[in-house]
Design a protein around this ligand. Structure first.
Ligand code: PRX
Length: 541
Protein backbone atom coordinates (compact mmCIF):
# COMPACT_ATOMS: atom_id res chain seq x y z
CA UNK A 1 0.00 0.00 0.00
CA UNK A 2 2.91 2.32 0.72
CA UNK A 3 4.74 1.69 -2.54
CA UNK A 4 4.10 5.19 -3.89
CA UNK A 5 5.38 6.97 -0.77
CA UNK A 6 8.78 8.48 -1.63
CA UNK A 7 11.31 9.41 1.06
CA UNK A 8 8.62 8.99 3.75
CA UNK A 9 6.88 12.10 2.39
CA UNK A 10 3.14 11.61 3.11
CA UNK A 11 2.04 15.10 2.17
CA UNK A 12 -1.28 14.78 0.31
CA UNK A 13 -0.82 18.15 -1.43
CA UNK A 14 2.58 17.13 -2.74
CA UNK A 15 1.66 13.58 -3.76
CA UNK A 16 -1.38 14.79 -5.74
CA UNK A 17 0.60 17.43 -7.65
CA UNK A 18 4.42 17.67 -7.53
CA UNK A 19 4.91 13.94 -7.28
CA UNK A 20 2.72 13.41 -10.35
CA UNK A 21 4.93 15.84 -12.27
CA UNK A 22 8.03 13.97 -11.11
CA UNK A 23 6.40 10.77 -12.37
CA UNK A 24 6.11 12.30 -15.85
CA UNK A 25 2.45 13.44 -15.70
CA UNK A 26 3.27 17.18 -15.69
CA UNK A 27 1.64 17.80 -19.08
CA UNK A 28 -1.25 15.47 -18.46
CA UNK A 29 -4.68 16.91 -17.70
CA UNK A 30 -5.34 16.60 -13.98
CA UNK A 31 -8.67 18.42 -13.99
CA UNK A 32 -11.03 19.10 -16.79
CA UNK A 33 -13.22 21.82 -15.38
CA UNK A 34 -16.72 22.15 -16.84
CA UNK A 35 -18.63 25.22 -15.77
CA UNK A 36 -22.38 25.04 -15.24
CA UNK A 37 -22.69 26.25 -18.86
CA UNK A 38 -20.34 23.44 -19.92
CA UNK A 39 -17.47 25.77 -20.80
CA UNK A 40 -14.32 23.74 -20.57
CA UNK A 41 -10.91 24.53 -19.06
CA UNK A 42 -8.12 22.02 -18.60
CA UNK A 43 -5.52 22.14 -15.83
CA UNK A 44 -2.45 19.96 -16.16
CA UNK A 45 -0.74 18.39 -13.16
CA UNK A 46 2.01 20.94 -13.61
CA UNK A 47 -0.51 23.82 -13.44
CA UNK A 48 -2.14 22.19 -10.44
CA UNK A 49 1.27 21.97 -8.78
CA UNK A 50 2.08 25.62 -9.45
CA UNK A 51 -1.32 27.00 -8.50
CA UNK A 52 -1.46 25.04 -5.26
CA UNK A 53 2.11 26.18 -4.50
CA UNK A 54 0.96 29.77 -4.99
CA UNK A 55 -1.91 29.22 -2.62
CA UNK A 56 0.37 27.65 0.00
CA UNK A 57 2.54 30.78 -0.29
CA UNK A 58 -0.53 32.99 0.07
CA UNK A 59 -1.55 31.32 3.32
CA UNK A 60 1.99 31.34 4.63
CA UNK A 61 2.32 35.02 3.74
CA UNK A 62 -0.77 35.75 5.82
CA UNK A 63 0.82 34.05 8.78
CA UNK A 64 -1.30 30.90 8.59
CA UNK A 65 0.87 28.14 10.05
CA UNK A 66 1.07 24.36 9.88
CA UNK A 67 -1.54 22.96 12.27
CA UNK A 68 -3.82 26.01 11.96
CA UNK A 69 -7.30 25.39 10.59
CA UNK A 70 -8.41 26.85 7.28
CA UNK A 71 -11.88 26.39 5.75
CA UNK A 72 -13.27 26.48 2.26
CA UNK A 73 -16.83 27.70 1.80
CA UNK A 74 -17.20 27.40 -1.95
CA UNK A 75 -19.40 25.70 -4.47
CA UNK A 76 -17.66 23.30 -6.79
CA UNK A 77 -15.17 25.53 -8.63
CA UNK A 78 -11.45 25.28 -9.50
CA UNK A 79 -10.38 27.46 -6.55
CA UNK A 80 -11.83 24.85 -4.18
CA UNK A 81 -9.25 22.34 -5.38
CA UNK A 82 -6.35 24.81 -5.41
CA UNK A 83 -7.11 26.00 -1.89
CA UNK A 84 -7.58 22.49 -0.52
CA UNK A 85 -4.31 21.09 -1.85
CA UNK A 86 -2.40 24.34 -1.28
CA UNK A 87 -3.36 24.38 2.39
CA UNK A 88 -2.30 20.75 2.74
CA UNK A 89 1.09 21.54 1.20
CA UNK A 90 1.60 23.99 4.06
CA UNK A 91 0.43 21.29 6.53
CA UNK A 92 -2.50 23.50 7.45
CA UNK A 93 -5.61 21.55 8.42
CA UNK A 94 -8.29 22.08 5.81
CA UNK A 95 -12.01 21.85 6.45
CA UNK A 96 -14.56 22.00 3.65
CA UNK A 97 -18.01 23.45 4.21
CA UNK A 98 -21.08 22.92 2.05
CA UNK A 99 -21.72 26.20 0.32
CA UNK A 100 -25.42 26.05 1.14
CA UNK A 101 -24.72 25.98 4.88
CA UNK A 102 -26.51 28.71 6.77
CA UNK A 103 -24.84 31.00 9.27
CA UNK A 104 -25.47 28.80 12.32
CA UNK A 105 -24.00 25.77 10.60
CA UNK A 106 -20.93 27.77 9.58
CA UNK A 107 -20.56 29.27 13.05
CA UNK A 108 -20.70 25.87 14.76
CA UNK A 109 -17.94 24.47 12.59
CA UNK A 110 -15.59 27.43 12.09
CA UNK A 111 -16.03 28.39 15.73
CA UNK A 112 -15.41 24.90 17.10
CA UNK A 113 -12.27 24.49 15.01
CA UNK A 114 -10.93 27.94 15.95
CA UNK A 115 -10.11 28.52 12.29
CA UNK A 116 -7.79 31.35 11.32
CA UNK A 117 -8.80 31.79 7.67
CA UNK A 118 -11.54 30.94 5.22
CA UNK A 119 -11.90 31.15 1.46
CA UNK A 120 -15.30 31.99 0.07
CA UNK A 121 -17.35 33.82 -2.56
CA UNK A 122 -18.57 37.38 -2.44
CA UNK A 123 -22.19 36.29 -2.23
CA UNK A 124 -21.47 34.37 1.01
CA UNK A 125 -19.81 37.33 2.74
CA UNK A 126 -23.15 38.44 4.13
CA UNK A 127 -23.73 35.24 6.05
CA UNK A 128 -20.18 35.29 7.39
CA UNK A 129 -20.44 38.94 8.44
CA UNK A 130 -23.52 38.14 10.55
CA UNK A 131 -21.48 35.72 12.69
CA UNK A 132 -18.07 37.36 12.41
CA UNK A 133 -18.08 38.82 15.93
CA UNK A 134 -18.59 35.34 17.31
CA UNK A 135 -15.52 34.03 15.48
CA UNK A 136 -12.65 35.69 17.35
CA UNK A 137 -9.95 33.46 15.84
CA UNK A 138 -10.91 34.16 12.22
CA UNK A 139 -8.24 36.53 10.91
CA UNK A 140 -8.69 36.44 7.14
CA UNK A 141 -11.47 35.98 4.64
CA UNK A 142 -10.16 35.32 1.14
CA UNK A 143 -12.73 36.06 -1.56
CA UNK A 144 -12.41 34.39 -4.94
CA UNK A 145 -14.47 36.88 -6.94
CA UNK A 146 -13.37 40.36 -5.89
CA UNK A 147 -10.57 42.14 -7.76
CA UNK A 148 -9.33 44.34 -4.92
CA UNK A 149 -8.85 43.80 -1.21
CA UNK A 150 -11.92 45.08 0.59
CA UNK A 151 -10.23 45.73 3.92
CA UNK A 152 -7.25 44.48 5.92
CA UNK A 153 -8.87 41.14 6.43
CA UNK A 154 -11.27 40.68 3.50
CA UNK A 155 -8.83 39.93 0.72
CA UNK A 156 -8.97 39.35 -2.99
CA UNK A 157 -7.87 35.86 -4.00
CA UNK A 158 -6.63 37.01 -7.40
CA UNK A 159 -4.58 39.86 -5.94
CA UNK A 160 -2.98 37.54 -3.40
CA UNK A 161 -2.31 34.85 -6.00
CA UNK A 162 -0.69 37.20 -8.53
CA UNK A 163 1.75 38.38 -5.87
CA UNK A 164 2.68 34.87 -4.70
CA UNK A 165 5.45 32.68 -6.05
CA UNK A 166 4.49 29.48 -7.86
CA UNK A 167 7.15 27.49 -6.16
CA UNK A 168 6.75 26.21 -2.64
CA UNK A 169 8.92 23.81 -0.70
CA UNK A 170 6.67 21.18 0.85
CA UNK A 171 8.17 20.27 4.20
CA UNK A 172 8.61 16.63 5.12
CA UNK A 173 5.19 15.49 6.35
CA UNK A 174 5.05 12.44 8.61
CA UNK A 175 1.98 10.18 8.29
CA UNK A 176 0.31 11.33 11.51
CA UNK A 177 0.31 15.01 10.53
CA UNK A 178 -3.29 16.34 10.74
CA UNK A 179 -4.81 16.99 7.32
CA UNK A 180 -8.53 17.16 6.54
CA UNK A 181 -11.41 18.13 8.82
CA UNK A 182 -15.02 17.27 8.02
CA UNK A 183 -17.88 17.89 10.40
CA UNK A 184 -20.44 15.16 10.87
CA UNK A 185 -23.80 15.25 12.59
CA UNK A 186 -24.83 13.02 15.46
CA UNK A 187 -28.27 12.61 16.97
CA UNK A 188 -27.32 14.67 20.02
CA UNK A 189 -25.13 17.72 20.46
CA UNK A 190 -23.39 19.92 17.95
CA UNK A 191 -21.69 18.54 14.84
CA UNK A 192 -18.36 16.87 15.55
CA UNK A 193 -15.13 17.64 13.70
CA UNK A 194 -13.71 14.44 12.25
CA UNK A 195 -9.97 14.95 11.94
CA UNK A 196 -7.84 12.97 9.52
CA UNK A 197 -4.09 12.61 9.01
CA UNK A 198 -1.97 12.65 5.84
CA UNK A 199 -1.61 8.85 6.10
CA UNK A 200 -5.22 8.53 4.86
CA UNK A 201 -3.84 8.82 1.34
CA UNK A 202 -2.63 5.21 1.59
CA UNK A 203 -6.16 3.88 1.84
CA UNK A 204 -7.70 6.46 -0.47
CA UNK A 205 -5.30 5.52 -3.24
CA UNK A 206 -5.56 1.81 -2.55
CA UNK A 207 -9.35 1.85 -2.78
CA UNK A 208 -9.33 4.15 -5.82
CA UNK A 209 -7.35 1.38 -7.50
CA UNK A 210 -8.89 -1.75 -6.09
CA UNK A 211 -12.54 -0.72 -5.62
CA UNK A 212 -13.22 2.04 -8.12
CA UNK A 213 -10.89 0.14 -10.46
CA UNK A 214 -8.97 3.24 -11.57
CA UNK A 215 -5.73 3.30 -13.55
CA UNK A 216 -3.88 6.43 -14.74
CA UNK A 217 -5.56 6.03 -18.14
CA UNK A 218 -9.01 6.67 -16.71
CA UNK A 219 -11.20 9.72 -17.00
CA UNK A 220 -13.02 9.78 -13.70
CA UNK A 221 -16.03 11.76 -12.60
CA UNK A 222 -17.00 11.95 -8.94
CA UNK A 223 -20.18 14.02 -8.66
CA UNK A 224 -19.92 14.57 -4.89
CA UNK A 225 -19.57 18.05 -3.46
CA UNK A 226 -16.23 18.74 -1.77
CA UNK A 227 -18.11 19.57 1.44
CA UNK A 228 -18.56 15.84 1.81
CA UNK A 229 -15.85 13.25 2.52
CA UNK A 230 -16.54 11.56 -0.83
CA UNK A 231 -15.73 14.84 -2.57
CA UNK A 232 -12.31 15.06 -0.92
CA UNK A 233 -11.29 11.39 -0.62
CA UNK A 234 -12.40 10.52 -4.16
CA UNK A 235 -13.04 13.89 -5.86
CA UNK A 236 -9.48 14.95 -5.02
CA UNK A 237 -7.09 12.69 -3.18
CA UNK A 238 -7.46 9.08 -4.35
CA UNK A 239 -7.56 9.72 -8.12
CA UNK A 240 -4.94 12.49 -8.23
CA UNK A 241 -2.57 10.48 -6.04
CA UNK A 242 -2.36 8.08 -8.99
CA UNK A 243 -2.36 10.56 -11.86
CA UNK A 244 -5.96 10.06 -12.97
CA UNK A 245 -7.68 12.77 -15.03
CA UNK A 246 -10.77 14.00 -13.20
CA UNK A 247 -13.71 15.82 -14.69
CA UNK A 248 -15.37 18.30 -12.34
CA UNK A 249 -18.67 19.86 -13.26
CA UNK A 250 -19.93 23.08 -11.69
CA UNK A 251 -23.59 22.45 -12.53
CA UNK A 252 -26.14 20.49 -10.58
CA UNK A 253 -28.17 17.45 -11.50
CA UNK A 254 -29.58 17.47 -15.00
CA UNK A 255 -30.04 14.09 -16.61
CA UNK A 256 -29.42 15.19 -20.15
CA UNK A 257 -26.31 17.19 -19.25
CA UNK A 258 -24.98 14.31 -17.21
CA UNK A 259 -25.36 11.91 -20.11
CA UNK A 260 -23.80 14.46 -22.45
CA UNK A 261 -20.80 14.78 -20.12
CA UNK A 262 -20.47 11.01 -19.81
CA UNK A 263 -20.48 10.67 -23.57
CA UNK A 264 -18.52 13.76 -24.68
CA UNK A 265 -15.84 13.55 -22.02
CA UNK A 266 -15.42 9.82 -22.45
CA UNK A 267 -15.90 9.24 -18.72
CA UNK A 268 -14.67 5.74 -17.89
CA UNK A 269 -15.76 5.51 -14.24
CA UNK A 270 -18.56 7.46 -12.57
CA UNK A 271 -18.88 7.74 -8.79
CA UNK A 272 -22.21 9.05 -7.59
CA UNK A 273 -24.98 8.58 -5.05
CA UNK A 274 -28.17 6.52 -5.05
CA UNK A 275 -30.45 9.59 -5.04
CA UNK A 276 -28.88 10.82 -8.28
CA UNK A 277 -29.01 7.34 -9.80
CA UNK A 278 -32.68 6.98 -8.82
CA UNK A 279 -33.34 10.34 -10.46
CA UNK A 280 -31.68 9.12 -13.65
CA UNK A 281 -33.74 5.95 -13.45
CA UNK A 282 -36.95 8.00 -13.36
CA UNK A 283 -36.14 9.85 -16.56
CA UNK A 284 -37.76 8.90 -19.77
CA UNK A 285 -35.85 6.06 -21.45
CA UNK A 286 -35.82 8.05 -24.69
CA UNK A 287 -33.59 10.62 -23.04
CA UNK A 288 -30.53 8.46 -22.71
CA UNK A 289 -31.18 6.06 -25.59
CA UNK A 290 -29.38 8.41 -27.99
CA UNK A 291 -26.16 8.66 -25.97
CA UNK A 292 -23.09 6.58 -26.62
CA UNK A 293 -21.60 5.47 -23.31
CA UNK A 294 -19.10 2.96 -24.61
CA UNK A 295 -16.21 4.60 -22.73
CA UNK A 296 -17.99 4.07 -19.40
CA UNK A 297 -16.79 0.84 -17.76
CA UNK A 298 -18.88 1.00 -14.62
CA UNK A 299 -20.59 3.17 -12.04
CA UNK A 300 -19.90 3.21 -8.31
CA UNK A 301 -22.32 4.45 -5.69
CA UNK A 302 -22.02 5.63 -2.09
CA UNK A 303 -23.80 7.39 0.72
CA UNK A 304 -27.13 5.61 1.04
CA UNK A 305 -28.46 2.13 0.47
CA UNK A 306 -28.43 1.31 -3.22
CA UNK A 307 -31.72 -0.27 -4.27
CA UNK A 308 -31.46 -3.44 -6.33
CA UNK A 309 -33.79 -1.75 -8.87
CA UNK A 310 -31.01 0.72 -9.73
CA UNK A 311 -28.63 -2.13 -10.45
CA UNK A 312 -31.19 -3.88 -12.63
CA UNK A 313 -32.09 -0.63 -14.39
CA UNK A 314 -28.46 0.13 -15.26
CA UNK A 315 -27.91 -3.38 -16.56
CA UNK A 316 -31.06 -3.29 -18.63
CA UNK A 317 -30.90 0.21 -20.08
CA UNK A 318 -27.26 1.21 -20.36
CA UNK A 319 -25.64 -2.19 -19.93
CA UNK A 320 -23.45 -1.09 -17.00
CA UNK A 321 -22.80 -2.48 -13.56
CA UNK A 322 -23.37 -0.30 -10.50
CA UNK A 323 -21.10 -1.13 -7.55
CA UNK A 324 -22.27 -0.07 -4.13
CA UNK A 325 -19.56 1.09 -1.73
CA UNK A 326 -19.82 1.85 1.97
CA UNK A 327 -17.83 4.26 4.07
CA UNK A 328 -18.12 7.20 6.42
CA UNK A 329 -16.53 10.52 7.21
CA UNK A 330 -14.72 8.76 10.05
CA UNK A 331 -13.38 5.91 7.93
CA UNK A 332 -11.93 8.33 5.36
CA UNK A 333 -12.00 5.71 2.62
CA UNK A 334 -14.15 2.86 1.36
CA UNK A 335 -14.30 -0.06 3.79
CA UNK A 336 -16.90 -2.40 2.32
CA UNK A 337 -17.72 -2.62 -1.36
CA UNK A 338 -18.81 -4.38 -4.44
CA UNK A 339 -16.23 -4.08 -7.15
CA UNK A 340 -15.34 -5.26 -10.62
CA UNK A 341 -14.54 -8.96 -10.62
CA UNK A 342 -16.77 -9.75 -7.66
CA UNK A 343 -20.25 -11.17 -7.96
CA UNK A 344 -22.77 -8.45 -7.04
CA UNK A 345 -25.54 -9.33 -4.62
CA UNK A 346 -28.05 -6.59 -5.34
CA UNK A 347 -28.98 -4.91 -2.06
CA UNK A 348 -25.73 -5.80 -0.34
CA UNK A 349 -22.92 -3.30 0.29
CA UNK A 350 -20.41 -5.97 -0.76
CA UNK A 351 -17.41 -7.41 1.03
CA UNK A 352 -14.62 -5.80 3.07
CA UNK A 353 -11.74 -4.12 1.28
CA UNK A 354 -8.46 -6.07 1.62
CA UNK A 355 -7.01 -5.53 5.08
CA UNK A 356 -10.25 -4.24 6.60
CA UNK A 357 -11.77 -6.34 9.38
CA UNK A 358 -15.40 -5.50 10.08
CA UNK A 359 -17.45 -7.33 12.70
CA UNK A 360 -21.10 -7.38 13.64
CA UNK A 361 -21.23 -6.85 17.38
CA UNK A 362 -24.17 -7.09 19.77
CA UNK A 363 -24.88 -4.32 22.28
CA UNK A 364 -23.28 -6.45 25.01
CA UNK A 365 -20.00 -6.49 23.08
CA UNK A 366 -20.20 -10.08 21.85
CA UNK A 367 -19.33 -10.75 18.23
CA UNK A 368 -22.27 -12.06 16.21
CA UNK A 369 -21.30 -14.92 13.94
CA UNK A 370 -24.61 -16.39 12.82
CA UNK A 371 -25.72 -13.74 10.36
CA UNK A 372 -28.02 -11.90 12.76
CA UNK A 373 -27.99 -8.08 12.65
CA UNK A 374 -26.01 -5.96 15.07
CA UNK A 375 -23.67 -2.98 15.27
CA UNK A 376 -21.39 -2.63 12.28
CA UNK A 377 -17.89 -2.21 13.67
CA UNK A 378 -14.44 -2.01 12.09
CA UNK A 379 -11.28 -3.21 13.77
CA UNK A 380 -9.42 0.00 14.61
CA UNK A 381 -6.13 0.90 12.99
CA UNK A 382 -6.79 1.10 9.24
CA UNK A 383 -4.69 3.69 7.39
CA UNK A 384 -7.44 6.25 6.80
CA UNK A 385 -8.97 6.01 10.26
CA UNK A 386 -9.77 9.43 11.72
CA UNK A 387 -7.47 10.54 14.50
CA UNK A 388 -10.07 12.11 16.79
CA UNK A 389 -13.22 14.18 17.05
CA UNK A 390 -11.77 17.66 17.42
CA UNK A 391 -12.27 18.98 20.97
CA UNK A 392 -14.23 15.81 21.77
CA UNK A 393 -11.78 13.09 22.82
CA UNK A 394 -14.40 11.51 25.14
CA UNK A 395 -16.82 10.88 22.30
CA UNK A 396 -13.96 9.50 20.22
CA UNK A 397 -13.00 7.16 23.05
CA UNK A 398 -16.61 6.06 23.49
CA UNK A 399 -16.81 5.01 19.84
CA UNK A 400 -13.92 2.55 20.21
CA UNK A 401 -14.46 -0.50 22.36
CA UNK A 402 -12.27 -3.58 22.66
CA UNK A 403 -10.30 -2.52 19.59
CA UNK A 404 -13.38 -1.96 17.40
CA UNK A 405 -14.69 1.31 16.07
CA UNK A 406 -18.51 1.46 16.29
CA UNK A 407 -19.77 3.04 13.08
CA UNK A 408 -23.30 3.86 14.28
CA UNK A 409 -24.75 1.68 11.50
CA UNK A 410 -26.44 -1.66 11.94
CA UNK A 411 -25.90 -4.45 9.43
CA UNK A 412 -25.60 -8.18 9.07
CA UNK A 413 -23.19 -10.46 7.27
CA UNK A 414 -24.35 -13.39 5.18
CA UNK A 415 -22.67 -16.78 5.07
CA UNK A 416 -20.46 -15.70 2.15
CA UNK A 417 -19.15 -12.61 3.89
CA UNK A 418 -21.33 -10.02 2.14
CA UNK A 419 -22.54 -7.15 4.35
CA UNK A 420 -26.15 -5.92 4.25
CA UNK A 421 -27.05 -2.48 5.57
CA UNK A 422 -29.95 -2.35 8.04
CA UNK A 423 -30.03 1.21 9.35
CA UNK A 424 -28.55 3.53 11.91
CA UNK A 425 -28.31 2.70 15.58
CA UNK A 426 -29.02 6.35 16.36
CA UNK A 427 -31.58 8.92 15.14
CA UNK A 428 -29.36 10.49 12.51
CA UNK A 429 -31.28 11.14 9.30
CA UNK A 430 -29.79 10.29 5.91
CA UNK A 431 -31.44 12.42 3.26
CA UNK A 432 -29.96 11.99 -0.22
CA UNK A 433 -26.67 10.98 1.37
CA UNK A 434 -26.47 13.94 3.78
CA UNK A 435 -26.37 12.98 7.43
CA UNK A 436 -28.64 15.36 9.27
CA UNK A 437 -28.92 15.74 13.01
CA UNK A 438 -32.50 15.87 14.35
CA UNK A 439 -31.09 17.64 17.40
CA UNK A 440 -29.67 20.50 15.33
CA UNK A 441 -32.97 20.99 13.52
CA UNK A 442 -34.96 20.82 16.76
CA UNK A 443 -32.69 23.46 18.31
CA UNK A 444 -33.16 25.67 15.27
CA UNK A 445 -36.94 25.19 15.23
CA UNK A 446 -37.39 26.37 18.79
CA UNK A 447 -35.57 29.60 17.93
CA UNK A 448 -38.72 30.57 16.02
CA UNK A 449 -40.68 32.56 18.65
CA UNK A 450 -43.99 30.84 17.85
CA UNK A 451 -42.53 27.34 18.39
CA UNK A 452 -42.57 25.99 21.94
CA UNK A 453 -41.28 22.47 21.33
CA UNK A 454 -40.05 20.46 18.38
CA UNK A 455 -39.21 16.87 17.48
CA UNK A 456 -37.64 15.79 14.21
CA UNK A 457 -37.51 12.39 12.53
CA UNK A 458 -36.45 10.84 9.25
CA UNK A 459 -39.21 9.05 7.32
CA UNK A 460 -38.68 6.71 4.37
CA UNK A 461 -38.70 8.37 0.97
CA UNK A 462 -38.54 6.66 -2.40
CA UNK A 463 -36.20 9.19 -3.94
CA UNK A 464 -34.16 10.65 -1.08
CA UNK A 465 -33.99 7.49 1.05
CA UNK A 466 -35.19 9.54 4.02
CA UNK A 467 -36.97 12.86 4.32
CA UNK A 468 -36.96 15.26 7.24
CA UNK A 469 -40.27 15.51 9.13
CA UNK A 470 -40.67 18.10 11.86
CA UNK A 471 -43.29 18.06 14.61
CA UNK A 472 -43.88 21.31 16.42
CA UNK A 473 -45.98 22.36 19.38
CA UNK A 474 -46.81 26.06 19.27
CA UNK A 475 -46.97 28.58 22.08
CA UNK A 476 -50.45 29.21 23.44
CA UNK A 477 -52.62 31.47 21.32
CA UNK A 478 -50.49 30.82 18.23
CA UNK A 479 -52.36 29.30 15.31
CA UNK A 480 -50.57 27.12 12.75
CA UNK A 481 -50.80 28.70 9.31
CA UNK A 482 -49.23 28.49 5.89
CA UNK A 483 -47.28 31.68 6.64
CA UNK A 484 -45.89 30.26 9.86
CA UNK A 485 -44.91 27.08 8.09
CA UNK A 486 -43.01 29.09 5.47
CA UNK A 487 -41.37 31.19 8.16
CA UNK A 488 -40.18 28.06 9.96
CA UNK A 489 -38.83 26.51 6.77
CA UNK A 490 -36.99 29.67 5.81
CA UNK A 491 -35.47 29.92 9.26
CA UNK A 492 -34.05 26.39 9.10
CA UNK A 493 -32.81 26.91 5.57
CA UNK A 494 -31.03 30.18 6.50
CA UNK A 495 -29.60 28.93 9.74
CA UNK A 496 -28.67 25.35 8.83
CA UNK A 497 -29.01 24.45 5.17
CA UNK A 498 -31.55 23.68 2.51
CA UNK A 499 -31.06 19.91 2.95
CA UNK A 500 -32.00 20.20 6.63
CA UNK A 501 -35.23 22.03 5.83
CA UNK A 502 -38.22 19.85 6.81
CA UNK A 503 -40.27 18.35 4.00
CA UNK A 504 -43.29 18.41 6.23
CA UNK A 505 -44.12 20.31 9.39
CA UNK A 506 -46.81 18.77 11.55
CA UNK A 507 -48.38 20.67 14.39
CA UNK A 508 -49.17 18.75 17.62
CA UNK A 509 -50.53 19.88 20.99
CA UNK A 510 -47.35 18.66 22.65
CA UNK A 511 -44.23 16.70 21.76
CA UNK A 512 -44.00 13.26 23.41
CA UNK A 513 -41.14 13.11 25.91
CA UNK A 514 -39.95 10.58 28.43
CA UNK A 515 -39.78 11.23 32.14
CA UNK A 516 -36.36 12.83 31.88
CA UNK A 517 -37.60 15.22 29.21
CA UNK A 518 -35.99 13.48 26.21
CA UNK A 519 -37.95 13.77 22.99
CA UNK A 520 -39.38 10.38 22.05
CA UNK A 521 -38.54 10.42 18.35
CA UNK A 522 -39.47 6.76 18.15
CA UNK A 523 -43.04 7.63 19.11
CA UNK A 524 -43.17 10.45 16.60
CA UNK A 525 -41.91 8.14 13.90
CA UNK A 526 -44.44 5.45 14.74
CA UNK A 527 -47.19 8.06 14.71
CA UNK A 528 -46.05 9.34 11.33
CA UNK A 529 -45.86 5.85 9.85
CA UNK A 530 -49.12 4.79 11.47
CA UNK A 531 -47.53 1.88 13.29
CA UNK A 532 -47.44 0.73 16.91
CA UNK A 533 -44.90 2.72 18.95
CA UNK A 534 -43.98 -0.31 21.07
CA UNK A 535 -43.17 0.22 24.73
CA UNK A 536 -44.05 3.77 25.69
CA UNK A 537 -44.15 3.18 29.43
CA UNK A 538 -41.40 5.75 29.96
CA UNK A 539 -43.47 8.50 28.39
CA UNK A 540 -44.26 11.44 30.63
CA UNK A 541 -47.68 11.33 32.26
O1 PRX B 1 -25.25 5.26 7.43
C1 PRX B 1 -24.23 5.06 6.49
C2 PRX B 1 -24.51 5.84 5.21
O2 PRX B 1 -23.88 7.09 5.35
C3 PRX B 1 -23.16 7.12 6.60
C4 PRX B 1 -21.90 7.89 6.44
O3 PRX B 1 -22.20 9.20 6.13
P1 PRX B 1 -21.05 10.27 6.04
O4 PRX B 1 -20.18 10.18 7.24
O5 PRX B 1 -21.71 11.58 5.75
O6 PRX B 1 -20.20 9.83 4.83
C5 PRX B 1 -20.81 9.82 3.59
C6 PRX B 1 -19.83 9.43 2.52
C7 PRX B 1 -19.44 8.03 2.51
C8 PRX B 1 -22.93 5.68 6.96
O7 PRX B 1 -22.69 5.52 8.33
N1 PRX B 1 -23.94 5.12 4.06
C9 PRX B 1 -22.79 5.38 3.40
N2 PRX B 1 -22.63 4.52 2.38
C10 PRX B 1 -23.68 3.68 2.42
C11 PRX B 1 -24.51 4.06 3.50
N3 PRX B 1 -25.62 3.39 3.82
C12 PRX B 1 -25.95 2.33 3.06
N4 PRX B 1 -25.21 1.90 2.01
C13 PRX B 1 -24.08 2.55 1.65
N5 PRX B 1 -23.37 2.14 0.60
Amino acid sequence: MEHFIKDKQYNIGHICTGQQCEAGFGDKVAMRWLSSHLEQRDYTFSELDQTTARFANVLQGLGVAPGDVFFTLLPKMPEQFFAFLGALKLQTIVGTLFSNFGEEAILDRVGDAGASAIITKKSFLKKISRIRDRLPTLRFIIVVDIDQHQSDDILSYSRLMEQASDSFYVAHTPPETPSVLHYTSGSTGKPKGVLHAHRSILMQRFTAETVLGLTPDDVFWCTADQGWVTGTSYGIIGPWSMGVTQVHFGGGYNAEEWFRILQNQGITVLYSAPTALRMLMREDAGLYAGFDLKALRHICSVGEPLNPEVIHWARRTIDKEVYDTWFQTETGAIMIANRPGLEIRPGSMGVPVAGIEPAIIADDGSIILDGAPGNLCIQAGWASMFTTYLNNPEIYASRIRAGYYYTGDTAYRDADGYYWFRGRSDDVINTSGHLISPFEIESTLIEVPEVAEAGVIGAPDELLFEKVIAFVALRSQVVFSRELELKIRLHVSNKLSSVATPHEIICLDSIPKNKSGKIMRRVLKARYLGIDAGDISTLED
